[in-house]
Design a protein around this ligand. Structure first.
Ligand SMILES: O=P(O)(O)OC[C@H]1O[C@H](OP(=O)(O)OP(=O)(O)O)[C@H](O)[C@@H]1O
Length: 204
């Protein structure tokens, strides 16, 4: 089965399980337009110009995930080439992982550097009637702390904008965002620099 066929199968399975198009869009990391196309594939309807990033080959192995987290740390902090947030020795005190996929990366970075670990739960993960973002009580608090936010993929940047707003409202100072993949070529969100290992751009 091709990766596109797999994506179509996943989208249809999620729909059959009662997920809304918005939830399918979040789950698969593709746009709403793409979800519509995956579910209908109307004749003559061109496939939307979107990309789906499947990094399960790395994410499903702790050691490879750790390698990826170390690549982020080295590229964005130690080998910053003028883009470094702070010179080595001045990392912020807290790494904030964005649930779900940013959390293992943030954990590995925090463990490597002996930093505090906080976990941000985006509003879209909230089950309350009025969904809001929150900070997991199991991990570090963030008030008064400088922090780096870690996530796997930037698609629209909405999740990161929400996390930045939340952290600021709660007295933290986000100084950078680190991500693996950037689908938009985002350099900055609400004044916070965004650094990504891989930027995906369409040439045609
Ligand atoms: O830039 P945006 O348009 O906001 O999309 C990016 C977000 O979407 C994904 O989270 P999602 O909750 O879908 O998946 P996850 O639970 O695997 O992290 C991804 O991990 C980012 O957090």
């Amino acid at each position: 089965m091709s990766s596109l066929e797999e994506l179509i199968t996943k989208a249809k399975a999620l729909q059959a399980d009662g997920h809304t198009p918005g939830q399918i869009s979040d789950e698969l990391g593709v746009s709403m337009e793409t979800v519509t196309w995956l579910l209908t594939q109307q004749k003559g309807m061109e496939a939307p110009k979107d990309v789906h990033i499947d990094w399960t080959a790395v994410g499903s192995h702790g050691m490879l995930l750790s390698d990826m987290a170390m690549m982020m740390l080295r590229r964005f902090f130690y080998f910053g080439e003028g883009e470094a947030v702070r010179p080595p020795g001045e990392l912020p005190e807290t790494i904030v992982g964005v649930a779900l996929s940013g959390v293992p990366l943030a954990t590995l970075i925090a463990a490597e550097e002996g930093l505090r670990l906080a976990v941000y739960l985006p509003a879209k993960h909230s089950r309350s009637e009025t969904p809001t973002g929150s900070l997991s009580g199991t991990f570090s608090t963030i008030t008064g702390q400088r922090c780096i936010i870690v996530d796997d993929v930037v698609t629209t940047g909405a999740t990161l904008a929400e996390a930045i707003g939340f952290l600021r409202q709660h007295g933290a100072m986000p100084v950078a965002v680190w991500s693996l993949f950037d689908k938009r070529g985002v350099r900055e969100i609400d004044g916070v620099p965004v650094q990504s290992l891989f930027t995906i751009s369409r040439l045609g």
